[in-house]
Design a protein around this ligand. Structure first.
Ligand code: NAD
Length: 430
């Protein structure tokens, strides 16, 4: 694999709670004033080799990873607030964790966004490019990427979507299956089927930048984008950061499945009061999240494989906007299971979490690992990054079932890192 030399530009779409928490944390960690807790790339150790040759190494001892010192941040947002103002407004971090890097944060001013209010009706910022043709929007983002790269002397750039969830765009084969159709629809300004996020993704790939979709938008879940990623030989990953409730679900469901207990129902609900929650309070935007969140259980507890246990469970996910909580989301899971001779039991999980505190390390891991994948010559959908994502990309045209099981995803992650580092992949438990 090519070594990570020079600066890595990290261009974030959206400079809200997640992005400002992510950037502030990296800048603080760089100064030794905070620890990047939760970031696998900074802490996790993987076994490589067997027997006498066995050793446990950190990721950057196995593969070449960009160091925190080499990251240069930029962003686009609909609102003009710089990263310092955004971090203060998001109210996730305390002043003592922001002030030491205030100057650096103030220097990160969002570039104007490509935006269409129909995709996020609750936002009304004015830091928006005066464009509405989808192809022109895409060209403008390409220009931004080129300028950012030049002005900051970046060797490489990764584009990370951490902007609001757009309204649900169902896959339409006439537009989303073939790249030529997608391009024609962008040029013809098909504002219904081409979401603004697709302009960012297209622009990133056209500029040779890997693209990560951190929201549940179907942006890169379409064959036309896979075609573009393959044509340009650039990696893509999506979708939806796996942070709180879904992390628990993809880690807990295997307990039920492994012990061959039955499932009657799983009801998940949340309260949260940040801007993300405000946007998701809009039913059309929530629909996108719902589809993403619902997909997790189906491939772990599979009715066709175990009809006695999982044929007919009821799975419901709710998100409730509740302003007093801000970013401090609270999630409840009620799990109705059954055991020996069908006797019912219940499990309750109450997770009092912090949304952006959970998402920030995922941003770092996804950025560093997709950059490594690109340097290793990997392109198209990066399945090994499923570990970090709620609703992993998969080739549904070929009937591929995505891997949602957290521990199988971890094996995929470890093996990709082993392979990139020149070691043999394996499935041993350790
Ligand atoms: N925090 C988590 O645990 C978590 C987990 C999974 C997914 N996500 C997703 O991450 C995203 C960001 O979450 P957040 O809490 O930072 O939200 P946020 O509302 O604080 O920030 C999102 C920002 O995106 C901007 N934006 C919207 N459309 C844009 C566009 N077209 N171009 C540029 N900017 C645009 C908004 O103005 C806003 O400032 C959301 O989609 C959320 O669903 C978050």
């Amino acid at each position: 694999m090519k070594q990570a030399t020079g600066k890595l530009g990290v261009l974030c779409v959206g400079l809200g709670a997640v992005t400002s928490t992510f950037i502030t944390g990296v800048l603080m960690a760089r100064k030794g004033l905070a620890k990047p807790v939760g970031a696998m790339t900074q802490y996790d150790k993987i076994r490589v080799g067997f027997g006498d040759a066995e050793k446990y190494l950190k990721y950057d001892e196995i593969i070449s990873l960009a160091s925190l010192d080499d990251l240069v941040f930029g962003a686009w947002d609909v609102y003009p607030e710089n990263a310092f103002e955004s971090a203060v407004n998001a109210d996730v971090l305390r002043a003592k964790d922001i002030m030491p890097v205030a100057d650096e944060l103030k220097a990160i001013k969002p570039m104007s966004a490509v935006f269409d209010k129909r995709f996020a009706n609750r936002l009304d910022g004015d830091n928006v490019k005066p464009l509405n043709n989808r192809w022109e929007m895409m060209e403008a983002i390409r220009e931004d990427i080129r300028r950012f790269k030049k002005e900051n002397g970046c060797e490489r750039v990764v584009v990370l979507w951490a902007a609001s969830t757009e309204v649900y765009v169902p896959v339409d084969p006439a537009v989303h299956h073939r790249l030529s159709d997608l391009e024609a629809a962008m040029k013809a300004n098909d504002t219904e089927r081409i979401a603004p996020s697709m302009c960012y993704a297209y622009a990133a790939l056209a500029e040779g930048a890997p693209f990560v979709m951190g929201a549940p938008n179907t942006t890169v879940d379409i064959p036309a984008m896979w075609e573009l990623a393959e044509q340009k030989q650039i990696p893509i990953a999506g979708k939806d950061f796996k942070t709180g409730q879904t992390l628990i679900k993809s880690g807990f469901a295997p307990i039920i499945g492994t012990r061959c207990l039955g499932l009657n129902g799983w009801f998940s609900t949340n309260i949260l009061g940040n801007r993300d929650g405000y946007v998701l309070d809009e039913p059309a935007n929530f629909r996108t999240k719902e589809v993403s969140k619902l997909s997790t259980l189906e491939s772990i507890l599979v009715g066709e494989e175990q009809p006695d246990l999982y044929a007919d469970y009821y799975h419901k996910v709710r998100i409730n906007y509740y302003p007093p909580r801000g970013d401090d989301k609270e999630g409840w899971d009620n799990i109705d299971i059954f055991g020996w001779m069908g006797y019912p039991m219940q499990i309750k999980i109450n997770f009092l979490c912090r949304d952006s505190i959970l998402a920030a390390p995922l941003c770092l891991d996804l950025v560093l690992l997709i950059d490594a994948a690109a340097r290793d010559g990997r392109y198209g959908t990066q399945r090994f990054l499923s570990f970090f994502l709620k609703s992993p990309q998969h080739d549904y045209l070929q009937g591929e079932v995505p891997v949602n099981h957290l521990f199988k995803q971890y094996v995929m992650l470890k093996n990709a890192i082993r392979e990139m580092g020149g070691y043999e992949p394996d499935e041993a438990m350790d």
